[in-house]
Design a protein around this ligand. Structure first.
Ligand code: MEV
Length: 379
C-alpha cells in the first residue's frame, strides 16, 4: 500500500457503544491511541440515546475536482466557451469509469469561474462528480487528467493542476440530537446547570478561534478514529472539516448547541465527509474490512451519517466534562497506565502503581518507578 515499507505501525482498535442513529443501533469501531476518546464517544452517545438517539442526513456523494487553466487572453470569454461545451465535457468525463456511471454515479456538472490570484486572473473549472460509495479521489483525478486536453482545446489555454478539492462542501453530513436536561445531572451538578455551562462553552468557541480549533479537534478525535478504523483517508476529512469551519471568513465551531423550550440540550453538526466503503484501503486492509462489517453500513452515505453522529457525541462528551469536572479525571487512569508502562513497571505491580498515582494526582515516570521500587522492596 505504500513505498519503502519496513513495518506496521499499529493502533488500538476499540468499539464505541450506545449509538442509536436514525432508529438503528451501531457498534462503532475506532482506531485511536488517545485515552478517553472511545469512552467519551460512548458516553456522549448514551446521553443522546436518552433523548431518542441521533437524527442524521447526508447529501448525495458529490465530489469536486478542479482544473486550473492559464495563459488565456480573455478568461471570461474562455469561461463562456466552457459553458457552451459543457455537454461535450460531461460526456467525455463519463467515459472514464463506466462502472460508477453504471451504478448511477458520474459527472454531474461543470462549474467554471474566474478567480483572482497573485499571478493574475485564472480560470478554474469545477467538475462535480457523484462518486457513489467510493471516497472518489482516484476516479476524480483520473477523470480530470483525461478531460484536460479537451479543456485546453475548448479554452485555448494551458491546463496546469488537475486535482480533487478536499473542501468537499457538496458532500455534507449532518446530525442532530437532544439530550434531556435530567440526563446531564451528575456528581453534584444539576442538569440545568450543566446545560448552561455547555452553552457557555459553545459560546466561547463561537467567539474565539483559539477555542474553536480545540473544540473541532475534539470532534475530529471521533471522526478520525472511525475513518482510520474503516481504512479511510482521515487527512482528507480533516482538511475538508477545517476549511469548512472557516468558510465564512472566520474559523468557527462545527457543532452548535441550544436549549430547547423544555430546557433540554439540543445539538447539531454539519461538515463535509468524503469517505468510501469500496476501493482503496477500505477493502485492501483486512482490519478495515472487519471494522466495516462490525459497523454494518451499506453505503458511503450511511458511513458519513454515522461519522457526523460520532463527531457530535464526541463534542458533547468533551464539553460536558470540560464544563464540569474537567477532562483530566477521566484521562488519569489510562494516562497513569501509559506512564507506568513507559518506564517498564512490571505487570504484577501495574494496577497498584496506577491506583496510587491517580490517588495522589502525581502521574509522572519518576513517581511510577519510585512506587514500583517500594512495592518490590516490601515483598
Ligand atoms: C482532546 O483531545 C480534545 C478536547 O480538548 C476537546 C475540547 O477541548 O473540546 C478535550
Amino acid at each position: 500500500m505504500s513505498e519503502n515499507v519496513v513495518g506496521i505501525c499499529s493502533l488500538p482498535l476499540a468499539i464505541a457503544t450506545n449509538f442509536l442513529i436514525d432508529g438503528k443501533d451501531y457498534l462503532v469501531p475506532m482506531a485511536i491511541e488517545e485515552p478517553s476518546v472511545v469512552a467519551g464517544a460512548s458516553h456522549g452517545a448514551k446521553l443522546v440515546r436518552e433523548g431518542g438517539g441521533f437524527t442524521t442526513e447526508a447529501t448525495p456523494p458529490l465530489m469536486i475536482g478542479q482544473i486550473q487553466v492559464l495563459d488565456l487572453t480573455d478568461p471570461y470569454e474562455a469561461l463562456e466557451r466552457v459553458l457552451d461545451a459543457k455537454g461535450r465535457l460531461l460526456e467525455e468525463a463519463n467515459k472514464v469509469d463506466p462502472v460508477i456511471v453504471g451504478l448511477g454515479g458520474g459527472a454531474r456538472d461543470i462549474e467554471p469561474r474566474v478567480i483572482d490570484s497573485p499571478r493574475g486572473p485564472m480560470l478554474v473549472l469545477h467538475l462535480l462528480y457523484d462518486v457513489r460509495d467510493a471516497m472518489g479521489a482516484n476516479v476524480i483525478n483520473t477523470t480530470l487528467e483525461t478531460i484536460a486536453p479537451l479543456v485546453e482545446e475548448i479554452t485555448g489555454g494551458r491546463v496546469n493542476l488537475r486535482i480533487i478539492s478536499n473542501l468537499a462542501d457538496r458532500r455534507l453530513a449532518r446530525a442532530q440530537a437532544t439530550v434531556p436536561q435530567e440526563a446531564l445531572t451528575f456528581d453534584g451538578f444539576e442538569g440545568k446547570e450543566v446545560v448552561e455551562r455547555i452553552l457557555e462553552a459553545h459560546a466561547f468557541a463561537q467567539a474565539d478561534p483559539y477555542r474553536a480549533a480545540t473544540h473541532n479537534k475534539g470532534i475530529m478525535n471521533g471522526i478520525d478514529g472511525l475513518a482510520l478504523a474503516t481504512g479511510n483517508d482521515w487527512r482528507a476529512i480533516e482538511a475538508g472539516a477545517h476549511a469548512y469551519a472557516a468558510r465564512n471568513g472566520r474559523y468557527s465551531p462545527l457543532t452548535s448547541w441550544h436549549e430547547d423550550e423544555r430546557g433540554n440540550l439540543r445539538g447539531s453538526i454539519e461538515l463535509p465527509i468524503s469517505v468510501g466503503i469500496v476501493g482503496g484501503a477500505t477493502r485492501a486492509n483486512p482490519t478495515a474490512k472487519v471494522a466495516l462489517k462490525i459497523l454494518g453500513v451499506n453505503s458511503a452515505r450511511e458511513l458519513a451519517r454515522v461519522m457526523a453522529a460520532v463527531g457530535l457525541a464526541q463534542n458533547l462528551a468533551a464539553l460536558r466534562a470540560l464544563a464540569t469536572e474537567g477532562i483530566q479525571r477521566g484521562h488519569m487512569a489510562l494516562h497513569a497506565r501509559n506512564v507506568a508502562l513507559s518506564v517498564g513497571v512490571p505487570e504484577e505491580y501495574l494496577d497498584r502503581v496506577v491506583d496510587q498515582m491517580v490517588e495522589e494526582r502525581k502521574i509522572r515516570p519518576d513517581r511510577a518507578q519510585e512506587i514500583a521500587r517500594k512495592l518490590e522492596s516490601s515483598r
